[in-house]
Ligand binder design. Structure first.
Ligand code: AMP
Length: 210
């Protein structure tokens, strides 16, 4: 089964994607994580995408869709797409790519939560720079306040989680990503998740629909 997690930045997709890949054997494809890794490696792709990410704009399709295609090609297990597709055009390209390898999207989980809530969540979101675990300083804080529970390294805030960039990311979501809601709704594979609930409750809603 191949699934897509769709929703505002900060709606909890990354947290659920990590849980699902750990507990249910999904291969997690996150375009945002992929770009951040390439930037930290200093690769050619990383250099090309960094200005888009730091300004909250979408990375142009022709810079990375072939990378996604190569990843999909070799995967035999279930795939979980997180943060991709982000436009109707990407959704169409994804369908074509999956079709080439006799795969399809089976379910799209839409994380329903309002804009004010995601802005609040993003401002208190911190990440472990080593293992990538995501914390919320208010609702899911690390045990000692500033260090990752697992790696014991100091948590960081993503540059694009800072206020001015977040505003752009939200606008980009409303203009370019939200149209995916009606695009997928008509396909009968669309599941609405109440993303205002806590991590385990959101997880249960997803698993009961797999
Ligand atoms: P995310 O971690 O999913 O919030 O993504 C962080 C940033 O990476 C976004 O604000 C975009 O600049 C870029 N990005 C991630 N996924 C995509 C995508 N599917 N298409 C274009 N740009 C993307």
């Amino acid at each position: 089964m191949n699934i897509v997690l769709l929703g505002y930045p900060g709606s909890g997709k990354g947290t659920q994607a990590k849980l699902l890949s750990k507990r249910k054997n999904f291969i997690h494809i996150s375009t945002g994580d992929l770009f951040r890794e390439e930037i930290s490696k200093g690769s050619e792709l990383g250099k090309k995408v960094s200005s888009y990410i730091s300004s909250g704009k979408l990375v142009p399709d022709d810079l990375f869709l072939n990378v996604i295609r190569e990843k999909i090609k070799d995967i035999k297990d279930n795939i979980l797409f997180d943060g991709f597709p982000r436009t109707v055009e990407q959704a169409e390209r994804l369908e074509d790519m999956l079709g080439e390898f006799s795969k399809t999207i089976d379910k799209v989980f839409f994380f329903e939560v309002n804009e004010a809530e995601v802005i609040k969540r993003i401002s208190s979101r911190r990440n472990c720079p080593k293992c990538g675990k995501i914390y919320n300083l208010v609702t899911e804080p690390p045990k000692d306040g500033v260090l990752c529970d697992i790696c014991k390294v100091k948590l960081v805030q993503r540059d694009d989680d800072k206020e001015d960039v977040v505003k752009n990311r939200i606008e980009v979501y409303k203009d370019l990503t939200a149209p995916l809601i009606s695009y997928y709704r008509t396909q009968g594979i669309f599941v609405i998740i109440d993303a205002t609930k806590n991590v385990e409750e959101v997880y249960s809603q997803i698993v009961s629909n797999l």
